[in-house]
Design a protein around this ligand. Structure first.
Ligand SMILES: Cc1cc2nc3c(=O)[nH]c(=O)nc-3n(C[C@H](O)[C@H](O)[C@H](O)COP(=O)(O)OP(=O)(O)OC[C@H]3O[C@@H](n4cnc5c(N)ncnc54)[C@H](O)[C@@H]3O)c2cc1C
Length: 467
């Protein structure tokens, strides 16, 4: 098999990957950017399919304009984009396996920048697998990429900025929101007022979103969490309850809403599967309740030449993602080309300053909206934990009762985590369940071993590869 070679491979065409590609290509590097989506932009700057005509440019507001400004930086740069392309495995030193246009091939870079972004934190609770339940990111995706509302009458539940942004976007798009249940009361922001004012442009956007939801008279109930979803074939009702400081439901405070759709958003989890399959060392961040790659100050992982930037290395938002990408791109350029030191260092220093300006704001968001333990405790025996393999909590409990005390044996015993999502959905909730039952910490349990393919690959591409 011939390995395609280039100087820099970037996985992900969101703000982090594009920031990296722009800086590296400007310095004259040969760059290939690989992304699963049909068009560049990642989550925040997700674009409509090329064939769509846009007559409601205002719907998603500033983000569309910011995205266009970002894309204009790419003009004239000789970057090779592989869209609808997925990196699904790592088979050698900085060699990724890519599936694209029905074939799979190895792609190697002298450096690799992983900019794989994040996904909505899965929160298993009774009824979460009913048709009509989706994540807030999924709802936004429908809106951004297809201009489709997720349902007729919607309850939103979760916490943090994305919940607010999507509530506002749904209202603007004409959705009927029965209520938004936010787990954290607004007063928790008060000790961070200085950080919010210092990041005024982001705070102002947040206030704008809040005003938009308020103006539409959508009940904003807080501190409330979603405890269960009811219905036969589809969602019929969502039940929320007042949450204590640990997000545990307070008895006798339940409120039911007749809805056909529920959007759940308790924050995001970084996509670290490629970093893990590369063998990069990870650390468990208990505040983020996530495994994050260990990185140098230039965002290089513990595997030389492999960098990790943006939300895929820790949730920081689009501006942080872009700046981290730029620093990694400049660092690679500095290693592979004879560049004028002062120019390079000046550009890196400018990006670092922009990151520092946001550091307090990021810390404030993490402090206020980090996930609390109650959200992991909503399960009943009947709740499906692993959706791919349809494994219920009861089956996991049985295995634990039989003496299984570690994640990989639990996977072998129950099949939870073996399906196409490769434990992206059930990995974290299963670790929390096992930790509660065995008394071990989530950190001590580690995470499921990752095996290729980390994302589904069409079988005919593999067959063609084997011939
Ligand atoms: C669902 C969702 C919605 C969001 N909405 C907003 C919002 O409205 N406003 C806001 O301010 N912030 C939003 N955020 C946060 C914001 O999008 C991120 O902070 C920002 O986009 C991070 O940029 P990034 O480049 O790190 O990752 P992303 O923008 O997520 O880009 C990562 C890219 O990597 C690609 N990718 C991942 N794995 C592979 C692979 N194996 N092979 C090929 N390609 C791969 C993905 O397709 C994606 O395009 C959202 C985040 C998510 C997850």
């Amino acid at each position: 098999v011939t390995v395609e070679r280039t100087e820099l491979v970037v996985i992900g065409a969101g703000p982090a990957g594009l920031g990296a590609a722009i800086e590296a290509a400007r310095a004259g590097l040969e760059v290939v950017v690989v992304d699963e989506n049909p068009r560049m932009g990642g989550q925040i700057f997700r674009q409509l399919p090329q064939e769509f005509e846009l007559n409601d440019r205002a719907l998603l507001g500033k983000e569309q304009r910011r995205g266009q400004a970002f894309f204009s930086e790419l003009a004239g740069l000789p970057i090779r984009f592989l869209h609808n392309a997925t990196a699904w495995g790592v088979f050698g030193e900085r060699i990724l396996e890519i599936v694209h246009q029905g074939r799979t091939f190895p792609l190697s870079g002298e450096a690799v920048i992983l900019a794989t972004g994040a996904f909505d934190r899965p929160v298993p609770l009774p009824g979460w697998s009913l048709p009509g339940v989706l994540t807030v990111g999924g709802a936004q995706n429908l809106l951004k990429a297809q201009r489709i509302l997720p349902g007729r009458r919607i309850l939103m539940a979760g916490t943090g900025p994305l919940l607010l942004v999507v509530a506002s976007q749904l209202v603007t798009a004409g959705a009927e929101l029965a209520a938004v249940a936010e787990a954290v009361p607004a007063w928790r922001l008060l000790p961070h007022i200085g950080a919010l004012v210092r990041a005024w442009s982001i705070t102002r956007d947040g206030l704008g979103y809040r005003w938009n939801v308020l103006r539409a008279r959508v009940p904003w109930i807080t501190p409330f969490i979603l405890v269960r979803i009811e219905g036969h074939q589809n969602v019929e009702r969502a039940v929320v309850a007042r949450a204590d400081a640990q997000w545990r439901p307070v008895p006798s405070t339940e409120r039911a809403f007749e809805v056909d759709t529920v959007c759940i958003g308790y924050g995001l989890l970084p996509s670290v599967e490629l970093a893990r399959i590369f063998g990069c060392a990870l650390r468990y961040d208990s505040r983020a309740d996530a495994w994050l790659p260990l990185r140098s100050e230039d965002f290089e992982t513990t595997v030389p030449g492999v960098f990790s930037v943006g939300d895929g290395a820790g949730i920081g938002g689009a501006v942080v993602a872009a700046e981290e990408g730029r620093i990694a791109g400049l660092t690679v350029a500095g290693r592979l080309r004879e560049l004028e030191r002062s120019t390079l260092e000046g550009r890196v220093a400018a990006a670092r300053r922009r990151l520092e300006r946001l550091a307090r704001f990021r810390a404030a968001m993490d402090d206020v909206y980090h996930v609390r333990p109650g959200v992991h405790e909503l399960l009943t025996e009947e709740t499906i934990l692993c959706r791919c393999e349809e494994v219920r909590v009861g089956a996991i409990e049985e295995a634990i009762a039989e003496g299984v005390t570690a994640l990989d044996p639990l996977k072998a015993w129950t099949r939870a985590g073996m399906g196409p999502c490769q434990a992206r959905m059930c990995g974290t909730p299963t670790a929390h369940l096992l930790a509660r039952r065995t008394g071990a910490s989530v950190e001590a349990l580690g995470c499921y071993r990752v095996r290729p393919p980390v994302k589904p690959v069409p079988i005919d591409a593999l067959v063609a590869h084997a011939r």
